[in-house]
Structures are given as C-alpha cells and as structure tokens.
Design a protein around this ligand. Sequence first.
Ligand SMILES: *[C@@H]1O[C@H](CO)[C@@H](O)[C@H](O)[C@H]1NC(C)=O
Ligand SMILES: *[C@@H]1O[C@H](CO)[C@@H](O)[C@H](O)[C@H]1NC(C)=O
Ligand SMILES: [Zn+2]
Length: 504
Amino acid sequence: MISQTWKIMALLPILAAVAFLLFDIPFKPSVNQCTLYPYSHYWIGSKRIVTPKGVISGAVEIKGGKIVSVLHEDQWQKDVRSVQIIDYGNAVIMPGLVDVHAHLDDPGREEWEGFPSGTRAAVAGGITTLIDMPLNSFPSTVSEETLGLKLQAAAGRIYVDVGFWGGLVPENALNASALEGLLKAGALGLKSFMCPSGINDFPMTDIGHIKEGLLVLAKYKRPLLVHAEIPQDDGVNLENKDDADDVRSYNVYLKSRPASWEEAAIKALLTVSKDTRTGGPAEGAHLHIVHLSDARSSLELIKEAKKSGDSVTVETCPHYLAFSAEEIPDGDTRFKCAPPIRDAANKEKLWAALTDGDIDMLSSDHSPSVPELKLFSEGDFLRAWGGISSLQFVLPVTWSYGQKYGITLAQLASWWSEKPAKLAGLSLKGAISIGYQADFVVWEPEAEFHLDENHPIYHRHPNISAYIGSRLSGKVLATFVKGNLVFKEGNHALPCGSPILATA
Ligand SMILES: *[C@@H]1O[C@H](CO)[C@@H](O)[C@H](O)[C@H]1NC(C)=O
Ligand SMILES: *[C@@H]1O[C@H](CO)[C@@H](O)[C@H](O)[C@H]1NC(C)=O
Ligand SMILES: [Zn+2]
C-alpha cells in the first residue's frame, strides 16, 4: 500500500509538468483565500496607469507579489499572450494609498474601531498600507512590550499591511534604552503630543523630551511625528462655559483652539528641528508635523525651516481641505477634531500650499470613537470626542474636493502613496515601479455616488462621519495588497495583510 502511494505521488509532478507543456495550462493554484484572483503571475492593464514616469496606457506584470514589469500598450499587446490579464479598461490603476496616520484603537478600545473593521474599510477605500498611531488603544504603544500586544492583536486580523508608530511620552523620552527597545522591536518611528492628547495614558511631551527623542531616532534614521499645538492664554476656555448655547457653538469651539496654538508649537519645534540638519547632533532623524490646519503663520514657519535645511515634512488631512468653519452646523460634533477646521480662506491657502508642494502629503487621521462619546449630549463641543471618521473615504474626498484646484492623478499618487511611504521608511511601497510590492487601487475617478446610509461602509460605526450625505466622485473597483486581490466590488478576501516592522 505504502509503496503504491509513493509511486503515484512521485509521478504527480511529472504528470503535471507534462500536462503543462502539452496544453500550456496557466498556473492555477487551488483557491487561495487571501486573494479573490488566484494567480501568482498575472498582468493588470488599463488605459490609465499612474507611474512615476507619467500616466501610461499598458499593463503591469505581477509575480510573487511584486511588480516585475511595466509595459506600454504597444509592448503588452504583443508580448502578453497569457489569459491571466485583468483588463480594467479606462479605470485608473494607481499605487495603493499609504495612510501614515490612523487610529485603529486595538487592542483595548475595539468598540471604537479595531483592526478588522478598520482595515476592511481601508481596502474598500483603496488604502493598502496604514501606520497605526500609538494612542487610543489600551495600553498605548510606548514600549517593546506594548508593541508586542499590538502585533498579537493584529495577527490574522488585518486586510492591509500595517506598521506601527511608537509613542514618545515623558515616561520613556529621557530613557534612551527604553526608546531603543521600542525602535529595535520595529516601531517605524515615534509620535508625541505638545498638548493634552485626550487620552490620560498618553501624556504630552515638552520640547526637552522632543530634543532627546530626536537624538535616539537619529541613530535609527526614523522620524518623529508631532501633534503641534501648545495651549495659549488667548483661547476661549470652554471649560468655564456653562451656557448650553456656547458649548454647542462651532465658532466658540474654533475660538477655543486658535491658530496661535499651532504657531507656538511649531516655533518651539523649530528650536530643535535644526538639530536634524547635516552635521547637526540629530542628523538622520526627521521631524514630521501631523495634521496642519493653520495655513498662515504656522505654514510660513515650516517653509523657513525647510529652506534652512531642517529635515522637516508636514501633512494635512482631507477634512481640512473639504470643510470650512462657516458651514459646520452648531451642535454637529461629527466635525470636531483638533486642531479645528478653520475658515474658508484658510482652506484655500491649504489647497495652495498642497499644490505648491509646501505641504508634503496627506493622511486620514481617522480617529473614531463610540457614538455615545462622539455625539455627546447632543452637540456639546466641549465634551464630545475630537476625531473624524474617514478611512474609507479619503480617496474620493481628496479627488472630489480637489477638482476645483485642478489636481492630477500624479499629485494624488505623490500625496497619498509616494511621500507617505518615504516618511515611514517603506522603500518597496508607494509607486508602480519594477521591484516594488504590487499594492494597487483600481478606481473610476468619474463615477459619482451619494454617500448615504445605504452605501456599504465598513468602519465600526459606519454612519457617524462628517462625510455622510456628501456627493462624491471616485469609485474604488478593486484593491490589491502585495499581489493579492483583497477587495473587489464589495467583496473582501480573508484578512491576510502583514505587520510591518522596521529592521536595522
Ligand atoms: C529605562 O527603561 C528601561 C527599559 O524599559 C527600564 O528597565 C529602566 O528602569 C528605565 N530607567 C529609568 C531610569 O527609568
Ligand atoms: C446610525 O445607525 C444606528 C443604527 O442603525 C441608528 O440607531 C442611529 O440613529 C444612526 N445615527 C445617525 C447619526 O444616523
Ligand atoms: Zn491623530
């Protein structure tokens, strides 16, 4: 019996090889549940492929999860005779989005979001990589041990590749061995706050902590991301307001966190960002300012620092580009975030800074909570959770609101893929180029839809978002992560994303 079985088994590969040679049967493994398109070597084609060398009509060859060739139309019609081509026609094939700023709140606050729901929403929106923030989960990611808890929570539950920022907090900032432990364990960089974070176990840092942190980061060539607001005396103090009208007023909330808070923080940061210059004590480290809202003095300061050679970048988020203070209804705390969404003229300046290249990139700052906290006491801006839910919508939102400013597909790919991948140190992500990982979003920029309760939304709390009710343009057809088709027209494959850990 045994020897019979062995003989048959030994013959199988030979029979398979003969069958392959005789009939040229394409390699087709048994259905891999990590992918809705079960080929490991195939092409995807379209008339609009966004590459670093321009938008081309052609095809991308994918093998073993990587891009092995990028062919112009005239080449691929001739060379590619296989049936393993997905032809997307006139749809756009772009590098998958890399969101460097998302709060998935897992472990510990899964009722706010969670790895499965958050990353399901991400792929449905064309995001193929996201970097999870170290706070709003419990515990915060501030040590090697707590990073280990993140990895445990993410195992087998993520649809996209997920990296992790560690937290720079007073407890570890002056302790180089603690920070090194966190960086050696794979944190892609660190994040800190210059104002209270809203979460008690993630305390704020001062400029001294930041200066020390940069010295450690320099050794590992990783960035520090900073929430740049320092409370000043000029803000309306909402804590002292007991008038119900005042706490429901968006304008009062806006005045409680004026632009001077961002300006003060950035001024302070520039006293240490010079350490990152060539030859400086923190050469190799990098300072990244998250979610800039003030496009006036704060932006001017950042431009000066860049000119002086400081290693500095800055991001803003779609909600600052889509909305303006004037149109936010009183009591509608879905729009509460910090720093706040400012006036319409500021929004115009943000767009100008983005299109001029003074703002480097975009991120979602997806930061949901449970409905009881977000919609607190029917519109109390003082006590409602500050954070906007947006992960699934950032691509159509950026594109739709950007129409007025004539933005291009190449700009989208730069703001949402190339620059963020570079910030996070992901050298094989963020572009459709040979050797890169096959992370793509395939979408129809011209397809319009109404984002209402009937739209399939995969966030943990689908209907609590400032974007519900918008008419948007840009429909995601398919999303590929490392060559796996993980989302296609409302269908998800299994969660086979990988954690991303920094090495060396
Ligand atoms: C620094 O961190 C290490 C590792 O987490 C810890 O063992 C040590 O006690 C800390 N040192 C101080 C002075 O807090
Ligand atoms: C969201 O959906 C839930 C459950 O379907 C419903 O109870 C709630 O009223 C909705 N909230 C909003 C803001 O639409
Ligand atoms: Zn955030």
